[in-house]
Ligand binder design. Structure first.
Ligand SMILES: NC(=O)c1ccc[n+]([C@@H]2O[C@H](COP(=O)([O-])OP(=O)(O)OC[C@H]3O[C@@H](n4cnc5c(N)ncnc54)[C@H](OP(=O)(O)O)[C@@H]3O)[C@@H](O)[C@H]2O)c1
Length: 278
């Protein structure tokens, strides 16, 4: 199940957003189905991280997995991305907010270290700002103190990444973005990542690309391989070098999504899907 030869990263991540009081049961179900990578965030507005932790605990108790089998990823979210249920003191310095948020995540998830800690989104949609620099430095410190193994950023543009690189910031291990087919499946960011060995976890691969799922070519490919269009999209994402996330709440879809790992698409097919929605 390893995506990366040395970093022990699974080749599929199970996303826990918008699961609310089903977070625990669905996390456990995903682990039973075979997922070993879990994506969450300490952002109560969209995620119930404590529920994810309950699901992990249930899976440990049932002997399905141990902590060592898992890749756990969570995120730091600025106040503007949160509702009133904050995991930190909003009047504290940003660096302290990072510390408080990650401490709360570790408590929610019942562990001493996560595998990946992600900046949920930069402070500005346009530039990599001083606030981001402070948060990133605080995240690096948390990594050095072993509360996370790896670091990532999310919802970033090529401009953000180029500014990080130009200012000689340590580059992230992960760039997690919403992946729109109509934007060449985030081509510019993915090229930047490929050139620097940054892993690109793509999310909303299905929900952001309904037109692709309905496209006659995808339907034909799915019929030919006796799979469903969602599986073709996940197989494409992997063939194009992404680490896909799925947000399914359905046991049958969990199995289908995981089975897409076995689907091999020819380079020509990957090329055609690459340009399908442009
Ligand atoms: N970093 C960020 O800012 C950010 C933002 C958004 C999301 N995310 C992460 O990405 C995860 C996934 O996002 P998403 O929910 O937008 O992902 P998604 O996987 O594109 O969408 C999930 C939808 O696809 C359906 N689906 C999944 N597998 C299917 C299959 N085999 N056949 C038919 N339908 C299928 C699901 O329906 P069923 O439930 O019926 O299967 C659900 O409606 C989130 O949970 C979260 O962890 C991160």
């Amino acid at each position: 199940m390893a995506l990366h030869p040395t970093l022990s990263i699974p080749n599929f991540l199970y996303g826990t957003a918008w699961k609310e009081d089903r977070s625990a049961a669905l996390t456990e179900l995903a682990l039973r189905a075979g997922f070993r990578g879990i994506d969450t965030a300490n952002q109560r507005r969209h995620y119930f991280e404590a529920g994810v932790g309950q699901g992990l605990a249930a899976a440990y108790r049932a002997g399905i997995v141990t902590r060592a089998d898992l890749f756990l990823q969570t995120k730091f979210t600025y106040e503007r991305g949160q509702d009133e249920r904050l995991p930190y003191d909003p009047s504290a310095l940003l660096s302290l907010q990072v510390e408080q948020s990650l401490a709360s995540s570790l408590e929610h998830l019942g562990c001493e270290q996560v595998d990946s800690y992600v900046l949920h989104g930069p402070a500005s949609n346009y530039d990599w700002t001083d606030d981001d620099a402070e948060v990133w430095e605080a995240m690096r410190r948390q990594r050095d103190e072993r509360r996370t193994r790896l670091l990532g950023v999310s919802n970033v543009s090529l401009r953000h990444l180029e500014q990080m690189a130009a200012a000689h910031f340590e580059m992230p291990t992960f760039v997690q973005n919403r992946c729109y087919a109509r934007l060449g499946w985030d081509r510019d960011v993915r090229v930047f990542c490929r050139e620097r060995n940054i892993i690109y976890p793509g999310f909303s691969l299905l929900t952001a690309n309904i037109e692709v799922l309905k496209h006659p070519l995808i339907a034909a490919l799915a019929a030919h391989a006796a799979v469903n269009p969602a599986q073709i999209v996940f197989a494409f994402a992997r063939a194009a070098g992404m680490l896909p996330l799925t947000g399914t709440s359905d046991a049958g879809h969990m199995k289908q999504d995981l089975a897409s790992v076995e689907l091999v698409l020819s380079p020509e097919t990957v090329q055609v899907i690459q340009s399908i929605a442009e």
